[in-house]
Design a protein around this ligand. Sequence first.
Ligand code: HEC
Length: 468
Amino acid sequence: MRRKVLLLVVPAAVLALAAVLIALVARSGGGAGGDPGASAAALRGEAVFTEAGCAGCHTLAAASATGTAGPDLDITRPDRARIERQVRAGGRGMPAFAGRLSGEEIAAVAEYVAASTATGGSAPVAGAFRPDGTTVDGCGDDVACLEQAFGNVAFRQGPRAALTRMDEGIAEGGPIASDCHRISHSIGAGGLARFGGDVSKALAAGTATCWSGYYHGVLERAFAGVADDGLGEAARDLCAADDIRDDTFVTYQCVHGLGHGLMIRTGLDLPGALAACDGLRTDWDRSSCTGGVFMENLSSSYGTTSEWLREDDPLYPCQAVAERHKLYCYLMVTSRVLPSVGWDWAKAAGWCRRAERDWVATCFQSLGRDASGNSLRDAAKIHEHCAVAGAMEGECLYGAARDMVSNDAGGAGAQRMCSAAPGRWRARCFEGVGTVLGVLNESRAARRAACARWAPGHVAACRRGAGA
Ligand code: HEC
């Protein structure tokens, strides 16, 4: 299995996962919304939805609406109160309707949208995925079509089959390769629907191909239909099931995916999503969750731009968030910095030097992560990109080494890269290798053996990283 692990910072000490396993709380299903077509109010709501132009900007299957300027309401599935608020006040690209629609019309449209997307209650529910007859071969390069088609494969044949098929498409290049992250999100939706909304079964059946989009897809839909004030509690319960906790890798994907899901569900409400992460059970859960939050903030899966980004300051919001949230913010930050300076690595290094003093090194680790990711883990390119880091070159190589081991789920590529690095940074590079080997190998003996194997000549540095 190809494992693209984004285990960015996982101190070995916190990996002894809590043995306390909290079973996913058995939840009552909640009342189904009923047939939205049944009531006069709903008919009225449907008419408002069409006449007020909501359909031009939003996707809503019940209204055959396919707009893309705003969030896909079948995916975000906001509750009634949230819709009313949004329609009245608008904001961030959506006009306010308070003066244009009457209170009664706003109530009707909110009722209609809520009823057509939610199954009610605060339980995590199967996503809005609806299987149909769309097939991959019939899609050409129509991405929306491919999303549906791959979701269908996941729903009917299981997520593995869909992900394998997607991997073949990635290898061929073309539309599947360039949109694999969104496609894998919809494989997540189809997978979750296949397992009747059982998050842990769906997570266990996936793979991490294309930056773990499958896991994000499962988790983002797991929040659909959960009321705002229930998000923290839902987040706590979602990754607590035994069959998730039994596997460190799946646990990581779950809590990291939670961060993505929280951002998507809250419409990129960074403080709200971070607060929900803070409510998770362990330090490791909490920080892994913030990684998903910041990643989603930098590049939203649904193409909206976060208001928690600034054109003139690519380091923002890292300076502005609480100390406990800075680590993952800075570990991701160069993914924002690099495009903002036209992929000029020296300029990006200049931004890292302007980071808050305690976080300069972390920013350079992020630069190394991007050097690895961007070059598809090419050692020579990594050395070239990291050379701009000056005194921070070791941090850059450390970050690159971690990315390499994570993506290969093994040390071979990183070993070659670190061995060919400038002599004075080699130990630091192998320490980076060790941090991820420490995650991939649970026992102390296994960590020591992995370091002996993958860090010849620098076993001590590797073991320091691995906490062995
Ligand atoms: C001009 C395009 C546009 C129109 C017209 C429009 N919206 Fe929106 N809508 C958006 C955008 C963009 C957002 C995202 C705003 C944000 O990021 O905060 C949004 C957000 C929303 C949300 C919040 C989604 C969530 O889950 O958080 C709801 C609900 C919503 N719109 C409903 C409606 C309804 C109902 C109508 C018609 C009365 C409507 N919109 C008309 C563009 C539009």
